[in-house]
Ligand binder design. Sequence first.
Ligand code: ADP
Ligand code: MG
Length: 498
Amino acid sequence: MNAWQPVIGLEVHARLLTRSKLFSGAPAGYGAAPNTRACAIDLGFPGVLPVLNREAVRMAVRFGLAVGARIAPRCIFARKNYFYPDLPKGYQISQYEDPITAGGSITIEPAGGPRRDIGLVRAHLEEDAGRSVHEGFGRGTGIDLNRAGTPLLEIVTEPAIHGAAEAAACMRKIHTLVRWLGICDGNMQEGSFRCDANVSVRPAGSQTLGPRSEIKNVNSFRFVERAIGYEIERQIDLIESGGEVVQETRLYDPDRHETRPMRDKEDADDYRYFPDPDLLPVAVGEAFVAEVRDGLPELPDARRDRLAGQYGLGAADAAQLVSYREVADYFEAAAEAAGSAGSEDAADAARLTANWVNGELAGALNREGLRIDEARVTAGQLGRLVRRIADGTVSGRMAKAVFDAMWGSGEEPDAIIEARGLRQVTDAGEIEGLVDAVLDAHPAQVDQYLGGAEKVLGFFVGQVMKRSGGKADPRQANRTLRERLARRRDEPPAGQTP
Ligand code: ADP
Ligand code: MG
């Protein structure tokens, strides 16, 4: 395997969240009845003139600044000519020689490996085509042109990714970023975020690129990883058995887990690109760029590092919290409600909050397929629950029951704790009583423990929990058990002689 180095470059298409299309005033949203949202400009009727959408330019610049790209002071729209049933104009307006942004990078953290910057070649604006619809037309095909003219940002990486997992990580980072910036909703089912993967292999140590195949429109992170993994193996097997990789476009079939040839790969020449004579060159002024820069939020990597530092979180926890900006916001609001300012205990409260957001809350959202802004427990409520764990009112286990009840009813944690009597037993006398009763009831296990079988302690803790109806503070039970057992070792109860 290591005789070959895989080389991957991604082309990500992100649908920009503008209200209208890239060159017309037709609405740009998803999901309307077929062919109700394309106007004469989107269809390229004779005599129409496209007018560039300023918001789309703003969003492209926003992305460019976030990845450290150069913003071109002047960029050009070009026609990319090809025939396809969903493209009645016969050309797509895109950018070719002078894209709006060039360069920049995305930082990935492969599992276990060091952080690595993946360079970007460019990100350019282009319009989307319509869509062919196969279901419900028998042997025919329907054409829905609603999508025609919708603004896309195409983000192109350098061929600098060297594995399927790295490629998926890179795609995830781009996904997080475009959502974070509010320029794309990232919905992969609806095709708002799609990815073409260019894959080649070369002998390890070689600097020349091998011929590549381009896997089209893979619409999930898992499929991207699997499709690329499959394609790398296919190419290596092909070369090792004396064959040759040809430049072509392939399609990934997730059901069969294979890629199949779709068509020969076109070259740029085939598209006969030329500057669109209906559109003027675009001058992006310094003041415009400065204004966009001023409006940038704290970016995901910076926020991850700040969360880790400010709240004392582990790297994995902090990284998970910035997968969506809304999650990071939720966490910070919850941590504040949990009382995470200042002291040593406060750091514990913050870490506990992170565990709850990444654990119990994420699990509940996943189960019901909800986004965090649809969570049935607010950040404030979760923070107030964490406060009750931190101050010992409820145990972690009880807190899960309280959380479930909050999720169901939307009530405050204190109300649920009170109503259900879920208060943890922390009274020292009460715990000692429980411990003594358990030890008296199990003399044989006491002898085992005193004879060196320390793991019997777990059994005793279980018995104390059982006697308390699950309400004893397990940490305190544990501590009291050790004390009482140590005392029995030192001074056996009356009536027994050593
Ligand atoms: P096109 O637009 O015709 O697909 P580009 O040259 O713009 O071609 O490259 C598109 C993508 O393909 C980029 O992400 C680039 O990094 C990647 N790429 C180009 N050559 C190779 C190669 N030999 N192996 C892997 N990826 C490649
Ligand atoms: Mg391509």
